[in-house]
Structures are given as C-alpha cells and as structure tokens.
Design a binder for this molecule. Structure first.
Ligand SMILES: [Zn+2]
Length: 291
C-alpha cells in the first residue's frame, strides 16, 4: 500500500530531455511507442484483470504527429503517448474519477498526465496575446503561437484542502457545502487567489467558511486533480475548539466530530465522506487512523 494520495502515484519518467529531441521522439514513437487514446470525454479503454483494472494501449501507426502528446518512458523502455480520438469506441471505457484509485501506479500516473494535458489542449487553442490559433510543441508540453512565437504552458490552478482540528487533534471540523446531500461532509477547501501564498489561503478559507482563527498549520501532501486543472494542496490546521459560524450561502453546516463520532456516524450511514480518490478523504482517514 502506498501512502501517497491516489492520483499522485506514478511509475513513468517524464523524460523531459526527449521532448526537445525531435528525431529521438519520433524514433521512440516508432520503435517503443504505446498509445493511450482518450475520447473527448477523456475516457480510456480499460481491461478488467484479476488484479484490478488496467489501461489498454494501442501500437502507434504512421509518423508521430503534433496531436500525440508525449507522457514519458517506463523502466522497460516503453514510450507512452496520449491522443484524443472521438472515434475510439473500444469498450469498456472509464474515466479518471472512476478508476483513478484502482489502477496501478504506472497507469494512474499516465492517465492523470494524459487527462490533464489533453483537457488543456482541447480548451486552450488560442493565443492569449493575439487571439490566433496555437499549435502543440515539444511533444505537447506547450503550445506555440506561429504569429508571435509566444509560448503557452498548461494551466494549473492550486487549491488548498484543509483538515481543521482542535489543538490536540482530538476533534475534526467537517463541513457540508450548500447544495450537498444532508449526510455529505468534508474538509474545508478553496482556491488560492492571485498573489496569495498557500498558507495565507488556508488561514483565509478557515476564517471565511467557519469563522475560526488558525493557530498553527502544516502542509501534508499534494495531488493533481485535473477536473479541470487543479493541484490540491493538503494541509492540517489547528483552531480553538469553538463553535463554528458557517459562511452564509456557502456552508450549510459545520460540526465537530471526535473519532468515535465519525466512526459511529459512518456506521449509521449518517455521514458520507468524500470518495477515496480525493485528498480530502486521505486527510480524514489519516487523522482517524492516528488512534
Ligand atoms: Zn499570438
């Protein structure tokens, strides 16, 4: 078992130097290429094997084209590429949310990388400077504007996920966002704003969402979350064990739970935690398992 968040697993070297080697990349495609095809919903063909689901790759055909994005090399020398093809109808198919926690390390890393890159290429096709069409470059690592030679890199939006506890970490504060089902609770979360540090965002989000003051905080781990383009930074923050005041319109409810409270509520199906693939769940589970 790995202690890393589910979508932070990988077993493939991104081999960044090869992106700049046009001949080497074309040779890797021809001789060692394995192609991961995504449809426009970013779902891939998967195989159900006794040990769990696995991605199904294709042998590359023809010459390497701009729309095949290089993902990296594994220890056996396989070169992985991803491409979007809406005509790929192989079944069964699955998306990252469904299989991300169940694929092995190699396939998880490849699918996360492919989904994040493909989504960006699908939606960022114009130059922000001149409005002209951009083209992929360096194996899909970036896009370049032919008109003004400006370079554009995939966007990543950092967000903080915060497990709020009391000073001794005997209680955890879970919140239900407006619009969620009655039993669904999670950690606090929010995007990092322009010109803000991750730590500042933690303090601000806790104050905004539950009206409590962070006394201390620590970074735990991160996970890419390409739905559409987030990087989730997991934190723990300690506050006074005081009554929360949920943010009007955003937070429907916020409650303190002891470990026994969480276990009892889960058993009674009165509490629904975030899915296992999420870093929010990882933070709650880690705290639960401390005792
Ligand atoms: Zn331009």
């Amino acid at each position: 078992m790995t202690h890393r968040p589910a979508l932070s697993r990988s077993a493939v070297d991104r081999a960044a130097a090869l992106r700049l080697d046009v001949g080497g990349l074309a040779r890797a495609w021809r001789e060692h290429g394995r192609l991961l095809v995504l449809d426009t919903d970013l779902r891939a063909a998967v195989d159900e094997r006794p040990e769990g689901p696995g991605l199904v790759f294709l042998e590359p055909a023809g010459e390497l084209a701009d729309d095949a994005y290089f993902l990296g090399m594994d220890a056996e020398g396989n070169a992985y590429f991803a491409r979007i093809d809406q005509n790929d109808t192989r079944m069964p198919r699955a998306g990252l949310r469904e299989v991300g926690a169940h694929l092995d390390d190699r396939d998880t890393g490849l699918l996360v990388h492919a989904v994040a890159l493909a989504r960006w290429h699908l939606t960022h096709i114009h130059c922000p400077s001149c409005g002209g069409s951009t083209v992929p470059a360096q194996g899909g690592t970036l896009r370049v504007c032919p008109a003004d030679a400006s370079e554009h890199y995939p966007r990543t939006d950092p967000a903080v996920l915060v497990l709020v506890t009391d000073a001794e970490a005997k209680h955890v504060l879970l919140a239900r966002a407006a619009g969620w089902a009655d039993e669904r609770f999670s950690c606090l979360a929010g995007f990092i704003e322009a010109g803000e540090s991750a730590e500042q965002a933690v303090v601000r989000e806790v104050a905004e969402e539950v009206g409590l003051t962070v006394d201390s905080l620590s970074y735990v781990s991160s996970q890419p979350w390409p739905f559409p383009s987030s990087l989730m930074l997991g934190f723990r923050a300690a506050v006074d064990y005081a009554q929360p005041s949920p943010e009007q319109g955003e937070i429907a409810d916020a409650r303190w739970y002891s470990r026994a409270d969480v276990r009892a509520a889960l058993a009674a199906k009165e509490l629904l935690l975030p899915p296992e693939v999420s870093i929010a769940r990882k933070l709650v589970d880690a705290w639960l398992n401390e005792e």
